[in-house]
Design a protein around this ligand. Structure first.
Ligand code: URA
Length: 232
C-alpha cells in the first residue's frame, strides 16, 4: 500500500494533509525519514510519526467478504489458477489471509477471508453447525426422494460417515437451494453425484446468517462490520 494512502486510512486525514505531513519530515519507515507519498509500505515495516509508532493495520485481525468469481482458487499452492487473495488489491496483508471455508475453482459466491484462525475455526468447524447455503443448478431434474435422503444423510464415496442432515429446497426441477452443515471436499457436487445427478453451476449465497452482499459484483470485496464479525 502507498504511504499516503496508509496515513489517510490510519489517521483519518485527507491525502493532501498526508502529503503535507510527509513533506514536514516527521514520518519514518524503519527509522528512515520518507517524504514520498508513493512509497510502498511492505509488511513488517515500522511506520512512525514524531517517533511514535502509528498503529498499523498489518497486525490487526482482518475480516473480509469477497464475491468470488470463477477461475480463482482459495489456496495459494495452485500452479495454474490465481488465488482469491489476488483480488484484494488494496489490502496490504492480503497474502496473510486465508479463506474460512473454500470454494472450488468453478464455484462463485461468498468467501470469507481472515487472519484470525480461531474465528475461521468457528466458521468452518462442523461441530459449530454453521450452515452454508448454496444455489445449485443441475443437469437433470432433482429426483423425488433426494430431499428426504439429504435430510437423513447419505453415504459419499470414500467416506465412513453419513453426511449431516442437509436441507434441500427446490426452486424449479433443475435448480435448488441446499444448506449443508459441514464442508467435505466437493461436498455438494458429490452429494448430487450420489443421486445420479450432476451440478452444472454452483454459487454460495450465505454462511450462517451472513449473506453475500448483493452490492458486491463478482471479484469485489468489503470489510465485515463489527456485528457481522460477531455472528461467529
Ligand atoms: N461443494 C462443492 O462441491 N464445491 C464447492 O465449491 C463448495 C461446496
Amino acid at each position: 500500500m502507498r504511504l499516503d494512502k496508509f496515513l489517510h486510512n490510519t489517521l483519518g486525514i485527507s491525502r493532501s494533509q498526508a502529503s503535507q505531513l510527509l513533506k514536514s519530515g516527521v514520518v519514518t519507515i524503519n527509522g528512515e525519514i520518507v517524504k514520498t507519498g508513493a512509497h510502498k509500505i511492505k509488511d513488517g515495516d515500522v511506520v512512525k510519526m514524531d517517533d511514535e509508532v502509528i498503529r498499523d493495520n498489518f497486525s490487526q485481525p482482518t475480516y473480509i467478504m469477497l464475491h468470488k468469481p470463477k477461475g480463482y482458487v482459495c489456496t495459494n499452492d495452485d500452479p495454474v489458477h490465481p488465488c482469491v487473495t489476488r483480488l484484494l488489491r488494496d489490502i496490504a496483508n492480503a497474502h496473510d489471509l486465508h479463506a474460512a471455508g473454500r470454494l472450488d475453482v468453478d464455484t462463485t459466491g461468498l468467501v470469507l477471508l481472515t487472519n484470525d484462525g480461531q474465528w475461521s475455526h468457528r466458521v468452518t468447524s462442523p461441530r459449530k453447525q454453521c450452515g452454508k447455503t448454496y444455489h445449485v443448478w443441475l443437469a437433470d431434474p432433482v429426483a423425488n426422494d433426494t430431499r428426504n435422503r439429504f435430510a437423513q444423510g447419505i453415504m459419499l464415496k470414500n467416506e465412513k460417515q453419513l453426511t449431516r442432515p442437509a436441507q434441500l429446497t427446490l426452486i424449479n426441477s433443475t435448480e435448488a437451494s441446499l444448506i449443508i452443515h459441514e464442508g467435505k471436499y466437493h461436498q455438494v457436487k458429490r452429494m448430487f453425484a450420489a443421486e445420479g445427478n450432476k451440478v452444472v453451476r454452483l454459487h454460495r449465497d450465505a454462511i450462517g446468517s451472513l449473506a453475500l452482499d448483493d452490492e458486491l459484483a463478482e471479484g469485489e470485496y468489503r470489510f465485515l462490520t463489527e456485528s457481522e464479525i460477531d455472528l461467529f
